[in-house]
Design a protein around this ligand. Structure first.
Ligand code: ADP
Ligand code: ZN
Length: 435
């Protein structure tokens, strides 16, 4: 039933004691990094200034801009020889957030992954096909090592080539998948193309859906088509990646591993804590990470704590399915893309005008990004070839940057609405994304 019964069912008062002990240690070690060293000095905070969990509120929040500002090594709290692994967040900007791990960090993360998967009922007899991108992204290696620790047979399939994926499932009797929700929807179409019914023609029984938002309806749809139970898996690279929060067999919200992460939920406007159970921005502090401790990290993800105890007996509280973001990140096919990236790229292309609009659609089962770009008047004088050249130049330049081929449409100057506010350049027509 439990991977580590004692810690997974630890009573709340004991958990608090453990958290405090770990928080003190984390804050002390964080103070040896350039970033927190300077920060603590500036605000007059003493590295041993934590005597209760609440004292963490005396430390300012850390944001992704902070992580970028001290890129790449400014948050390291150990000597560099101690580091054994780095990862990037799944964004495509040149200075994507980079996270470093010591051997102990990788070990702790691997354990959290094994714990999470075991919680859903996965066992060593399972065949686990990891359909996430390996390499710098965290979803590949994170799940890979966790599943190996659990003792399952791991197929490191990566995210490409759906037909081959189906072959692998069939030939090796895959029972458990790790897959992005958009890929799972796509896969169901590919099963049809190859004239297979996943319910009858495979041994599949479980999928872990991670790395991008999806609604309860999407989960149900995937469960229905593939004939499986699908579990929501939440994480972010800054906090290791997957294994931060995961659904148990009861599928009623995700247990957040409070022995490894200290959880706060704040109002993103006032930055004050919200009453427990109210929607707000998730703020996390690493409690065991040595290489790169991060304090009070603003995830920009909106959710709510579920306060009732869970039927599974685990005492770690649950969070609801992610309800949205506080910034304008677009998550398309599991990749994080920012409108500013597109803006920068467009600004460097001669002929491009002053305004653009991003429209996200779900075409059938696939996410599509349509970018309407205002271009200079001259292009609309009747020479269609010239217009098409510019269009493909823009499309190629964007593809190189965001890794996804956008559908570029060129429009006349002043024909698009003027952007208002942060999300004014994005129209998201994908239904049921955050349900
Ligand atoms: P990943 O490799 O999971 O994409 P990143 O660090 O690049 O990791 O992106 C993390 C972000 O992805 C989270 O902050 C969140 O916005 C989104 N995300 C990850 N998992 C989920 C999930 N299960 N539901 C909703 N959003 C998710
Ligand atoms: Zn539970």
């Amino acid at each position: 039933m439990y991977w580590e019964k004692e810690i997974e069912t630890i009573p709340h008062d004991k958990l608090k004691v453990l958290q405090l002990e770990r928080l003190k240690k984390t804050v002390r070690s964080a103070s040896t990094s350039d970033f927190y060293g300077k920060l603590f000095k500036n605000i007059g905070f003493k590295p041993d200034g934590i005597s209760s969990l609440k004292d963490i509120e005396n430390i300012p929040f850390t944001t992704c801009d902070d992580l970028r500002d001290c890129w790449p090594y400014g948050l390291i709290a150990v000597s560099r020889d101690e580091l054994i692994r780095m990862h990037f967040s799944s964004e495509t900007t040149e200075r994507a957030l980079v996270i470093f791990h010591t051997a102990a960090d990788v070990n702790a993360w691997t354990n959290l992954m094994a714990r999470s998967m075991y919680m859903t009922g996965m066992r060593k007899s399972d065949v686990f096909q990891n359909m996430m991108t390996y390499g710098l992204f965290t979803g590949g290696l994170g799940f890979h090592y966790g599943a190996e620790r659990l003792g399952a047979l791991v197929i490191p399939a990566g995210s490409e080539n759906s037909r081959r994926q189906i072959q692998l499932m069939k030939n090796f009797g895959t029972t458990v998948l790790h897959i992005s929700p958009s890929h799972a929807l796509h896969l169901s179409g590919v099963f049809k193309e190859v004239d297979m019914d996943p319910r009858k023609d495979t041994e599949l029984k479980t999928a872990f859906l991670g790395s991008e938002p999806h609604s309860e309806e999407t989960r149900k749809q995937i469960e229905e088509i593939l004939g499986i139970k699908a579990f929501n898996s939440y994480g972010l690279s800054e906090m290791n990646g997957p294994g931060v929060s995961f659904e148990c067999q009861f599928q009623q919200g995700m247990h957040i591993w409070e022995d490894n992460y200290l959880v706060e939920v704040i109002d993103p406007e006032t930055l004050e804590p919200v009453p427990e159970g109210t929607m707000g921005e998730l703020v996390l502090t690493t409690l065991v990470r040595q290489g790169m401790p991060i304090l009070r990290y603003r995830t920009r993800d909106l959710t709510r704590m579920i306060t009732e105890p869970c039927e599974c007996g685990r005492t770690h509280r649950r969070i609801e399915r992610i309800k949205g973001r506080t910034d304008d990140t677009m998550i398309i096919k599991g990749i994080n893309i920012f409108p500013i990236q597109i803006e920068k790229k467009l600004n460097n292309i001669p002929g491009v005008g002053n305004n653009f609009l991003i429209i996200l659609e779900r075409e059938g089962l696939n996410d599509d990004i349509i970018i309407k770009v205002e271009v200079q008047k001259e292009f609309f004088t009747g020479d269609l070839k010239q217009l098409e050249n510019l269009r493909s130049r823009i499309s190629d330049a964007l593809k190189a940057d965001i890794l996804i081929t956008p559908r570029v449409k060129l429009v006349e100057p002043n024909s698009l609405p003027k952007p208002e506010g942060k999300t004014g350049r994005v129209i998201d027509n994908r239904k049921n994304l955050y349900g």
